[in-house]
Design a protein around this ligand. Sequence first.
Ligand code: ZN
Length: 228
Amino acid sequence: MKYFFLFFIFLNCTTVGFHDEKLRKSIDFGEIQKLKVCVMYEKTININEVKELELFWHNELNFYKINLEFSKIKQVDRIGFWGSEIINELNKYKLSNDCNRILYLVGREWSDIGFEFFSLGLMFGIGIKAEIQGAVEGDTNTRGYIKAKYISTLQLLFTSPKSTLVHEGYHLLGCGHALFKDECYIKINSIKKNNSKRDFFGIERVDDNYSFDNIEFLNKSLGSFRDF
Ligand SMILES: [Zn+2]
């Protein structure tokens, strides 16, 4: 019984919903629109891995006639260890016509390995999944990070960098957790309709559907000041 419970919790906090193909195919997502994402990646990741992630996410967004492009890519030294530190750093970067979203790819250094074992121990010992694989900032849903390199054993049973990216990618489009993607399709469609004739891919916040489509306002509200 305990294991069933854990599995349920796990599913519950890790799914943005199953596709409902019939519904999705019945929706007209309109014209193709670009989603330009600026990406920072750590030195333990190579550029091919970045490109693979881009392609995988791009293929998912094709369903909605969204053309994903990693418009600016730069390699960086780690900007923070905890998720909150990373998000705080990402908030400093301004959004622009080239950077509709900001994505950070966390690599894997020697110091991470001990923490991975520690968190796996916690997960199996007391049922807490201490290591978060990715997150999206909650005020505007415009920035997020994922762990782009995993320990190639237990964690891969549950998830992979590609599926983490697609998951966080839905949050970056304003979709929350759900069993099916029905509401998500409607949200993406409504954002796209609002976007038409603009260069910027807007966002409707996950929790309350509050929508942002003004770059200056978005930058002001997060106190962003640095050009990407
Ligand atoms: Zn999530």
